[in-house]
Design a protein around this ligand. Sequence first.
Ligand code: COA
Length: 283
Amino acid sequence: MSNPQAETTPTATDTVVYTVKDGVAWVSFNRPAKRNAMNPALNRRMMEVLDELEFRDDVGLLVLRGEGTAWSAGMDLKEYFRDVESQGLGGVRKAQRESYGWWRRLRWYQKTTIAMVHGWCFGGGYGPLFACDLAFCADEAQFGLSEINWGILPGGGATKVATTLMPMRTAMYHALMGENLDGQAAARAGLVNESLPLDRLEARVTEVAHKLLQKNWTTLKATKDAVRRVMEMTYDSAEDYLVRAQEAANSFDGEGRKEGIRQFIDEKSYKPGLGHYDKSKKV
Ligand code: COA
């Protein structure tokens, strides 16, 4: 898949390209000749790109996509594994920090994130897939924990992603068999939110992105963090965390919540159960 909106002409050394349009940062893995396998150069560049975009006022949401036929064929077997291993333990740990680092950054990103998977998504690709808040794919996409096929376990978080998103038996079969899931199967298994025909994928992602952009961005960040955090908490801990997280969000955007209440209770201009309040109105 090409990114027709890209402002920059990708070069062979541009491992990541992006453009910003109507509040959305469209960020692409850009090693199509290598099926967007993640090498150390790409991992370092992706962290820089996330830095560049995170607090831009004109960026409310980030979509992660891939150039060419792949979303990402996972870690680069030559440059991330073989070449790095020849540098010894220090080289291995450095490369791990660089890749795990930008996935972690993406998991807790300030803006809402969507993975738009149109083609191959293997192994290490599950890290950024899970890091994105939402994921949409094409029916033509292929998802696989291919590690078993070349002799390692699904590391770099991939096993955790599989067991977090899928029931145990499904995750176990997926990890042991090394068989791929197409888009529809991936949606049924829980790896993505929805799968749809390739020619409708970008339009659907754009539609979801623009709906999200109309909501309160501070609240979106508080909500996405809350979903990830409470997954690992007891009920009581979650209850307590949510009280404090909302109070912290109020300190950054307390007026937003009051305005949302005002438009419903006083102005009667919308119903929270049916849509969002109008952010452009100020009391
Ligand atoms: N690491 C390093 N190089 C990779 C790669 C990876 N993960 N995935 C693809 N490439 C390279 C190939 O070596 C080839 O390079 P070359 O042109 O210099 O020979 C190029 O990308 C194109 O790959 P090719 O296999 O010819 O493309 P394809 O479209 O026929 O098949 C895949 C695509 C993704 C099915 C296949 O490349 C593949 O199985 N890749 C490995 C996937 C994997 O196991 N990833 C897990 C890593 S944790």
